[in-house]
Write a protein that binds this ligand. Structure first.
Ligand SMILES: [Fe+2]
Length: 206
C-alpha cells in the first residue's frame, strides 16, 4: 500500500496531530508549510520506508470546502447541541459500542508490548498533557479465551487483563482502538479511529 491521506480538522492543530502520530509510533519523514499557511507532514509506518513512496501517512488540514460542508451538516443536524438529530445520536451510540463501524485504518504492530505501550501512552496523554487532555480515547478487544499461553500473557497484561471485550474472530490477537477529535473523517468531519492489532506468532488471520 502506498499511502493514506489523513486530515486534521482545525487549521491550527497540525503540530498537535503530528504529535499524536508520533506518540502512536509513526516516524515523521517530511514537513512543509503549504502556500495557504497550513502544516503538511509525511509520516511513515516504518523508518525503512522513509526514502520510499510506500507505507506513508500524509497529514494535512481538512480542505476548507470540506470543513465548511461538515460545519453546515453539523449545524443542520444540531450535532453539538443537547438535542442532536436522532440519526446523529444513533450513530454516536453505535460507535461508542463498536468503534470499528467508523471509517478507520488498521495497523499491524509487531509486539504485544507495542500495543500495550500505545494504550498506556495515549491514556497518559489524555489525563496529564494539557494539549491532549480529554481528547483521546483508547479501547481494546483481547483474544477470545482458548489458548493457555495466550490467556496467561493477557491475564498478566497491564492493559488486557481482567474484564474486557473480545476480538470477533477466534484468533489469538488483540485490537487497540485510538479515537480523537484531532484527526477527523466522514460527513461530520469528526472523530477518526486508528486501529492497532497484534497477532500472536503462529496464529493467522482468515
Ligand atoms: Fe478494523
Amino acid at each position: 500500500m502506498g499511502h493514506v491521506s489523513l486530515h486534521y480538522g482545525r487549521p491550527e492543530e497540525g503540530p498537535l496531530a503530528a504529535r499524536l502520530l508520533s506518540a502512536l509510533g509513526f516516524t515523521q519523514a517530511d514537513f512543509m508549510v503549504l502556500p495557504d499557511g497550513s502544516d503538511f507532514y509525511r509520516f511513515v509506518v516504518d523508518p525503512k520506508h522513509a526514502e520510499r513512496a510506500d507505507g506513508i501517512l500524509f497529514l494535512s488540514v481538512s480542505p476548507a470546502e470540506q470543513r465548511a460542508l461538515g460545519a453546515t451538516i453539523s449545524d443542520a443536524l444540531k450535532v453539538d447541541t443537547p438535542a442532536p438529530h436522532p440519526a446523529v445520536s444513533a450513530w454516536r451510540d453505535a460507535l461508542a459500542n463498536l468503534p470499528e463501524m467508523n471509517f478507520h485504518i488498521g495497523f499491524l504492530v509487531s509486539t504485544l508490548e507495542e500495543a500495550e505501550r500505545i494504550v498506556l501512552d495515549v491514556q497518559a496523554l489524555n489525563e496529564k498533557d494539557d494539549a491532549f487532555r480529554g481528547r483521546l480515547k483508547a479501547s481494546w478487544n483481547r483474544a477470545q479465551r482458548g489458548d493457555p499461553a495466550v490467556d496467561a500473557r493477557l491475564d498478566a497484561s497491564p492493559v488486557f487483563a481482567g474484564k474486557g471485550s473480545y476480538v470477533y474472530e477466534p484468533i489469538a490477537a488483540v485490537q487497540v482502538f485510538i479515537e480523537s477529535d484531532i484527526i477527523v473523517c466522514g460527513p461530520l468531519q469528526d472523530r477518526m479511529m486508528l486501529e492497532f492489532d497484534y497477532v500472536f506468532p503462529g496464529f493467522h488471520h482468515g
